[in-house]
Structure formats: C-alpha cells, structure tokens
Unconditional design. Structure first.
Length: 273
C-alpha cells in the first residue's frame, strides 16, 4: 500500500522492518542462532490505550498486548508538550484514548534528521516509531523516528490501520472461514464453523503424523482463503495460541519437510498442495 509507506516516512511501512529477516537472523535465515520471534521484528500500529495496557512479565521479558508480543510500535497523536533536554527530547502525546510519553535520545536525533525533529512542536500532530521501554518505573516509547504530520488524513488512516490489525489478530484475515461473522440475529453464523470443519478430516488423515502444534498450524492454514501472499505468521500465532518460539520451531520443521513454503517474504507461508 503506497499510502502506508508514505505515511510511515519510508521507515519500513506497517509490516516488517527493512534490513533483514523477520526472525532476526544474522544470516537472513530463520535458522540463525540469534533469531527472535517474527512478531518482535514487526512494526505494529497502536493507540495510547493499547500502549498503556501492554504488560511485561519481568524487566527482561518482551512487552505483550493481549497475549501478542510487541516489537516496534508506531503511534499518531496530538503533541501536548515538548521538553527539550541535553540528552533527549520528551514528548507528551494524546490521541483520544490515552496519554503517552515518548523520548527521542540525542544519538537518534542526528540519524532521524534535525529538521524533522525540530518541526514537532506543541499543538501539532506527529508520528512516533520506536520500542516500549521503562525509565525508572515509568513506561515510555523509545523513539527511533519522530516526524510531524503533514497530511490531515494520516491520523484517520492510522486509526483504521490499528483497527484492521487488531481485527486480523482477533478474527483472522478478511474473508477467512474461521473469522467470526455475525448473522441476522447478531450471533456468530454457523457458516464459518461449518467451513472450518470441512477440512478437519483431511488434516487428520493427511497430516496425522504431525505433532499437535504443526498439525494445528496446517489446519489453520488450510482454513484460510488461498491468496498469493499466503498466511501471515502473526495470524498463525494468534490463532494457535502457543508461544512464539514453539510456533517458530514448528514452522521451520514444516518447511524442512516441504509441507509449507514461504511466499512474498519470510513472514508469509502457504501450504504445499
């Protein structure tokens, strides 16, 4: 989506960051020793409320929102205040769902461009991209990129993107047989359930030799609409419910066996049929 790339200021768009495998492998392969979960290398659009609801099991753990790991995050919000300090600039951001603080450190200012950073002033809108950190006991966005909003449509685009990503995590991709659809009565229709059940016997027969996690992945992928892009690893993680490391290992095993293959990048997979 070209509009998405423009809105992100060519920092990698709303998907995976540029410059390597989504698994974080130094060799560009999911099998690298330094790999991390694909979700931790992704860029997720969020609101201030989602930021404030993100939790961390301990100081070295990954930040999690609704059982999904958060890597890089991006937020569009109104700039309530700017405090320029020696080592960093502190921005207070409000988007209608809550309040967030973002810190842009001096070592990032030269990389991001002083002109962009200086254009972010109080009573304007800005896009912030970075990771969630804590300073003392206070949570903030450690901003790697921050820029003013020039297009009046961008805040609305961001909110629509937040809702789209959240619905994909909750219900699967659009048009998915496993997506929760509502009937005239306001209750989930039986068509989605029936469509999903249609593949169960096939999975049990053809893939009965697989362990539970790989078999669940195959069943989920078979229930998705057939597209050139395939199924995103984030949707798989959300649907299966297992931890990211187990799913990553299962995906590698399925690729080694030739059951699945990657499509447009190392974060999208398709069944070999």
């Amino acid at each position: 989506m070209n509009q998405s790339i423009d809105f992100y200021g060519n920092t990698g768009g709303g998907g995976y960051l540029t410059g390597g495998s989504p698994f974080g492998s130094a060799s560009g392969s999911p099998g690298g020793l330094g790999r991390r979960g694909a979700l931790l290398q992704s860029l997720r659009p969020i609101t201030a409320k989602q930021f404030n609801q993100a939790t961390q099991a301990h100081t070295d753990a990954d930040w999690v929102f609704e059982n999904t790991e958060l890597g890089q995050v991006t937020l569009v919000a109104h700039v309530a205040s700017v405090q320029k300090q020696t080592t960093n600039n502190l921005y207070t951001l409000v988007d209608g769902t809550g309040r967030v603080e973002a810190r842009h450190w001096s070592d990032s200012l030269s990389q991001d461009g002083g002109e962009r950073q200086n254009d972010v002033v109080p009573n304007s809108f800005a896009r912030v991209t970075g990771t969630i950190k804590t300073y003392g006991s206070k949570k903030y966005i450690n901003a790697t990129h921050i820029r003013p909003i020039r297009d009046a449509h961008e805040p609305f685009f961001h909110m629509l993107e937040v809702m789209t990503v959240q619905l994909i995590f909750d219900r699967g991709p659009p048009g998915s047989p496993t997506a929760k659809t509502l009937g005239a009565s306001g209750k989930p229709s039986l068509s989605a359930y029936s469509a999903a059940q249609g593949h169960q016997s096939e999975v049990q027969d053809q893939y009965s030799h697989l362990q539970p996690v790989p078999r669940s992945i195959v069943q989920f992928m078979l229930n998705q609409p057939q597209t050139r892009e395939g199924v995103h690893v984030g949707a798989i993680v959300k649907a299966i419910g297992a931890d990211a490391e187990s799913i990553e290992q299962a995906l590698e095993r399925l690729m080694d066996e030739g059951t699945i293959f990657s499509t447009i990048d190392e974060a999208h997979f398709q069944i070999s049929q």
